[in-house]
Design a protein around this ligand. Structure first.
Ligand code: ADP
Ligand code: ZN
Length: 732
């Protein structure tokens, strides 16, 4: 992957190019400092009156006159960025049409990156119980319990919402302990020789193939396909073992932070120690430690969210993308990238293996297997269990009264399961109480003041919330439009309303509601999940949070309240998403021994997608879906790029869109088409009006250079904004 050899050490005074995280677009020339500097070194350089962080990108370009050349101020005490990561950032920037400095920012998200290592004081749970447990003291102890490692005083007071004197008081009693530790200590060693569970024949042969791939020492991507519960995790942990045994580092990406805790426990059981974790819930101190240890090899394994892909690994040997089809791998704000695709790119540069694990792979991955680019390994059977039986409930025949969503057929199923001491899951992919609040007197629907979206009632919070911008208002007593009292009605179901109906329908049952917004912390959610797994509920009511990977051994019935929900609308992936989601949710049932059943409430039992789900004819579904996309020239057989324009006034945004549409020469030259401008489906978010264009090109067409040339023709002046979304997953 490397280009022409570039010198990697520069003597004092040499002209070097430094890429900073400032929005300048390209590296700038500087003079190497006393003692010289290596390519990839993290440095501090002067920029105007400021000092900024940068990375030595290579030899200087000569753009700055020798007399004006300024010297690097300081070389930071951090492992230099490896050529592999620099090359990856360049390619990723080109692919996503992102300025290189913005890519560098993703790779340098470590606070105090240049600070020297030092000791610091941390707080951990103490030996004794506190003499008197006030609310503030309880919060401090809770926060310490929740933290994976110790917390600094600042982190602890922040997390607990308590003052430093509360912490000091507890320390004086011995209820919390103060310890001095070096910043950035290496993570405990994982033992690659530790034995995993004895594997089934299927698992053993898949594991052997993955181990052999690791042994080859180079890049390759493998799809590890297997129904939920088939033991994919056990198999890819074997690849991790092989990777660690070879002294290389492994990265495991998970689609949901809530899954991390359970996964960390499994890794600890398998390798005798916990890996490093990387996600938005980390403290600054933890972040810095993981970043540095990834770079110095003090973290053998990192488990994390998509941004972990940009860590400066010393020797990345393996990337696992678990639930690779999950749409949350697409970053939808800031730099728009798909972590699954970028994993493959990074691995190609690092000479690493990639394992894409899923029960329901994306059509993109399926097509790459068909094209021979990815290998495919399959686990056919469930480990020690059988797949759930799939049944449709024809809602046209159920005659449910308005305002009710649980059919008699489903309700009887639930009762039977509860009576047998088993659990039932009622699934609805909608947070909150009701999606629409309507005035019965005047017909007004309460919307967000800043977005083109209706407010969603969250009864638990007693507020109406905008799912676009997060803004919320207390639920009014009277209609804000006509002023009539007590005229507001909730329309349609959300997970909270379904819980209300279930409680009324099954008054004896113990209910647990799982929706991401109902939990104050990842820890509270984790505790609830653990309680459910141990039988602490009869009925689980949940959103898509429950579809992802959790293991509830007692769960034998899954009821999907509205299987048609995602089929409506014009999303390119509507069929694919519905198919994946239904199979994932159904896969929660009957994971340990007892056979499970999934019941899909649908108004269109004859819809081809619903029929494919019921029949479990996966290959058939993929072939039909692939043929349809191929015929339409749609991804993965053609390419799309979205352009989103926005601004505070609608008119200039639309004019910019029209100017772009007119200037389509560069796109026509590569045979691409432009659609739009059209108002975006959500035409206003956070007070900004939004207009979209969509570019469609043939698979092999040089899309990015053409897009760059096309966009460069128009001037986008603040407050207008233009964002390019390569391979868009969403079209809102
Ligand atoms: P997947 O990742 O495919 O959903 P998991 O690896 O989580 O499947 O396995 C599902 C369940 O089966 C887990 O509880 C796991 O511990 C158990 N399991 C899988 N393989 C084995 C094995 N070889 N021996 C014992 N238990 C296993
Ligand atoms: Zn809003």
């Amino acid at each position: 992957m490397s280009k022409a050899p570039i010198p990697d050490a520069f003597p004092e005074g040499a002209r070097i190019a430094v890429l900073t995280t400032q929005p300048l677009g390209r590296p700038l020339d500087y003079r190497a400092p006393a003692g010289g500097v290596r390519a990839g070194a993290f440095v501090e350089v002067p920029l105007g009156p400021r000092k900024v962080l940068g990375v030595v990108w290579g030899a200087g370009t000569g753009e700055v006159a020798a007399t004006k050349l300024r010297a690097v101020l300081r070389v930071l005490d951090a492992a230099p960025m490896r050529p592999e990561l620099r090359a990856f950032l360049e390619r990723a920037a080109d692919y996503t049409l992102t300025p290189l400095p913005a890519m560098l920012r993703l790779a340098t998200r470590a606070p105090g990156l240049g600070d020297p290592p030092a000791m610091r004081r941390l707080y951990v749970p103490g030996e004794r119980a506190p003499t008197r447990l006030t609310d503030a003291r309880a919060r401090v102890l809770d926060a310490l319990e929740a933290a994976t490692s110790g917390l600094t005083l600042a982190e602890l007071t922040e997390a607990a919402g308590a003052s430093a004197s509360v912490v000091k008081g507890l320390a004086a009693q011995g209820a919390v302990a103060e310890i001095a530790t070096p910043r950035d200590a290496p993570f405990p060693r994982l033992d690659p020789e530790a034995r995993g569970k004895p594997l089934s024949a299927d698992q053993a042969s898949a594991a052997a193939e993955l181990r052999a791939g690791m042994a080859s020492g180079g890049y390759a991507t493998t799809l590890l396909k297997g129904v939920t519960g088939s033991g994919k995790t056990e198999v890819y942990l074997e690849a991790v073992a092989e990777c660690l045994a070879r002294g290389r580092q492994a990265l495991v990406l998970l689609p949901e932070i809530a899954l991390t805790a359970e996964f960390l426990d499994r890794v600890e059981a398998r390798f005798g120690a916990r890996p490093a974790e990387w996600h938005s819930g980390l403290t600054m101190t933890e972040r810095r430690r993981v970043w540095r240890m990834a770079g110095e090899g003090g973290a053998q394994m990192v488990v994390g969210a998509r941004s972990a892909l940009f860590l400066p690994f010393a020797d990345l040997g393996l990337v696992i993308v678990d639930e690779e089809h999950d749409s949350s791998y697409k970053q939808e704000e800031g730099v728009l990238y798909n972590a699954r695709d970028m994993s493959v790119l990074r691995a190609a540069h690092a000479g690493a293996q990639v394992v894409l694990a899923s029960a329901t792979p994306s059509l993109e991955t399926w097509a790459n297997v068909e094209a021979g680019k990815y290998r495919r390994l399959e686990l056919a059977a469930r480990f020690g269990a059988v797949l759930p039986e799939m049944r449709a409930i024809d809602m046209r025949a159920e005659g449910l009264p308005a305002g009710r969503w649980i059919s008699e057929t489903l309700a009887r199923g639930v009762e039977t399961r509860i009576a047998a001491g088993e659990q039932a899951l009622l699934f609805i992919n909608r947070r909150g109480y009701a999606p629409v609040t309507l005035c019965r007197a005047c017909g007004h629907q309460i919307g967000c003041p800043d977005c083109d979206a209706r407010l969603v009632e969250h009864r638990f919070l007693k507020r109406l919330v905008c799912h676009q911008c997060g803004e919320s208002i207390p639920k009014p007593d009277a209609c804000p439009e006509c002023g009539k009292e007590e005229s507001l009605a909730a329309i349609g179901p959300g997970v909270e309303r379904l819980a209300e109906e279930a409680q009324a329908r099954f008054p004896e049952a113990r209910l647990a509601v799982l929706s991401s917004d109902l939990f104050a912390s990842a820890r509270a959610l984790k505790a609830e999940i653990a309680a459910i797994a141990e039988g602490g509920a009869d009925i689980v009511i949940g959103t898509q949070l429950v579809a992802k990977g959790h293991n509830f051994p007692l769960l034998t019935l899954v009821g999907v309240i509205d299987a048609d929900l995602a089929l409506h609308g014009s999303d390119l992936r509507a069929a694919e998403r519905t198919f994946q989601l239904m199979r994932q949710v159904a896969g929660r049932a009957g994971r340990s021994g007892k056979p499970g059943v999934a019941m899909l409430q649908t108004h269109q039992p004859d819809h081809p997608v619903i029929r494919a789900i019921l029949a479990g004819d996966e290959e058939g579904f993929w072939r039909a879906e692939a043929a349809a996309r191929q015929a339409a020239g749609m991804p993965p057989y053609g390419r799309l790029a979205g352009v989103i324009l926005s601004g505070p006034e609608p008119e200039p945004v639309f004019q910019l869109g029209q100017a772009l549409a007119r200037a389509d020469g560069p796109l026509r030259r590569i045979g691409a088409e432009v659609w739009g401008p059209a108002p975006a489906p959500i035409a206003r978010i956070r007070g900004r009006h939004r207009v979209r264009l969509l570019v469609k090109a043939a698979k092999g067409a040089p899309l990015q250079p053409a897009l760059a040339e096309w966009i460069a023709q128009v001037e986008v002046k603040a407050p207008l904004r233009l964002a390019v979304d390569i391979d868009p997953q969403s079209f809102f």
